[in-house]
Design a protein around this ligand. Structure first.
Ligand code: G3P
Length: 218
């Protein structure tokens, strides 16, 4: 499974990219606001740090303007994935941009029917928001299971399932068990994936015992 980080904070992205485990980045207008920086410069900077797909979201809602914005975003760097909302105009724009060879991430997906339409529109990625479904008492991961089941029936569909709105490590584990292609994960959750108390305790015990040997490897 590919790991994307869900942030527009360039310092966080640089830090996590250094782990060698980062395959891409997703941003959205709320994350750009949170970064406090100009969107276009931020996307350019992120694309220079992470070679994988970097999602940059259009903010227009009408097809013509979405297409104009999408083409401008695509020109920022070759690894930009233009993000469009799952609306009729968004999918119309997705079809044109993907036909032009631009990566498209269709976002704000909350149903299997929406995911099927996005795949038909040639989306590179579909972003089902699992956390927001959990937030209203639904089971976000069951949506991932349904989408994976549908996509498996049609091997010619190339759309990758990019699990978004991830709230905790269990979302990542469950997504991986379902065979989702990508999880986009907030920086704090990405760091939690490394952590286990028994790992920390075990390492401490090893190092304490090593110190007692009085030896050194170098
Ligand atoms: O990539 C989508 C993600 O940023 C949405 O997350 O926590 O606002 O539901 P959240």
């Amino acid at each position: 499974m590919k790991f994307f980080v869900d942030t527009a904070d360039i310092a966080e992205i640089r830090d996590l990219a250094a782990s060698g485990l980062l395959d891409g980045v997703t941003t959205n207008p709320s994350l750009i606001l949170k970064s406090g920086k100009p969107m276009l410069d931020t996307i350019r900077e992120i694309c220079a740090v992470v070679p994988g797909p970097v999602s940059a979201e259009v903010t227009a809602t009408e097809h013509g303007k979405m297409l104009e914005e999408g083409r401008k975003l695509a020109k920022l760097a070759r690894n930009v994935a233009v993000k469009v909302p799952l609306t009729p105009d968004g999918l119309k724009t997705c079809k044109v941009l993907s036909g032009e060879g631009t990566m498209v991430n269709v976002t704000l997906c909350f149903s299997p029917a929406q995911a099927l339409l996005a795949a038909k529109a040639g989306a590179t990625f579909i972003s089902p928001f699992v956390g927001r479904l959990d937030d209203i008492g639904h089971d976000g991961m069951s949506l991932i299971a349904e989408i994976m089941q549908i996509y498996r029936q049609y091997p010619h569909l190339k759309t990758e399932v990019l699990v978004a709105s991830v709230r905790h490590p269990q979302h990542v584990v469950q997504a991986a068990k379902l065979g989702a292609h990508v999880s986009t994960v907030p920086p704090n959750v990405l760091r939690q994936l490394f952590k286990h108390a028994l790992t920390d305790a075990g390492l401490k015990a090893f190092l304490d015992d090593w110190a007692k040997t009085g030896q050194s490897i170098l």
